[in-house]
Design a protein around this ligand. Structure first.
Ligand code: HEC
Length: 213
């Protein structure tokens, strides 16, 4: 009798160790999330504060309508062409601009834009079109920006269809945005198996608790 209790004790102990390491792994995983889902977390924090940007860009892009984006591009045509080989006007030709280095054409760019460096991504193009002045203070694109996030996403989809083919960012899980501050907790690849491990450890402990009663 006391032998089986000792064995039960060891199994219970192993279960607790497994549970503990599951929690530890969970915490390590969480600590990494802010980098991986920086945008979603920034958006969730923004939602809690003054500026409302509750829906992550990746989600908006997943349902973006390039045809509507083409209509929105009417706001740009006074200064830009987007066809291959189109002429520079007040602003540069922006054919195949998504993924391209910033200010890399033959246009007489401002140093404000030239000095930024890096390539145009979904995120920074979204920020640029939301407010060119805030994104690159001192630049010479005289355009106030587009405040509607879905309109910007549509526009980005259209621009991407004009000579670029930047892959879409991975969309977060549908319920992530709705969960507000917990947005970063969902939609992670490794999480389900860790949860499963914890459930298994819990079940082992429950089973042993029953066996020792
Ligand atoms: C009043 C004219 C004007 C309008 C309207 C305008 N732009 Fe611009 N755009 C410019 C100028 C000028 C620059 C160069 C800015 C600089 O060098 O500081 C520029 C730069 C850009 C760039 C960077 C190009 C590169 O080579 O890196 C993009 C992208 C862009 N505009 C997109 C748009 C889109 C999309 C719209 C419409 C939503 C728009 N612009 C509306 C004048 C305009």
């Amino acid at each position: 009798m006391s032998d089986s209790n000792t064995i039960a004790g060891w199994v219970l102990g192993a279960g607790i160790v497994a549970l503990g390491s599951g929690i530890l792994f969970g915490q390590i995983f969480h600590a990494k999330e802010p980098e991986q889902e920086g945008y979603a977390i920034a958006a969730a924090e923004g939602g809690g504060g003054g500026e409302e940007e509750a829906i992550p860009l990746a989600t908006l892009l997943a349902s973006a309508d390039a045809a509507k984006g083409e209509t929105a591009f009417a706001k740009c045509t006074a200064c830009h062409t987007i066809a291959a080989g189109g002429a520079d006007g007040v602003g540069p030709n922006i054919h195949a601009i998504m993924g391209k280095a910033k200010a890399a054409g033959g246009f007489a760019y401002s140093s404000a834009l030239k000095d930024m460096g890096g390539n145009w991504t979904w995120e920074n193009m979204d920020a640029w079109l939301a407010s060119p002045k805030r994104y690159a203070p001192g630049n010479k694109m005289s355009f106030p920006g587009i405040s509607d996030a879905q309109e910007r996403a549509n526009l980005l989809a259209y621009m991407n269809s004009q000579g670029s083919s930047l892959p879409l960012p991975a969309a977060p899980a549908a319920d992530a945005a709705a969960e507000g501050e917990a947005a970063g907790d969902a939609a992670t690849e490794g999480q389900p198996s860790l949860d499963a491990e914890q459930v298994a450890a819990d079940q082992a402990i429950d089973a042993q608790a029953e066996a020792t009663e």
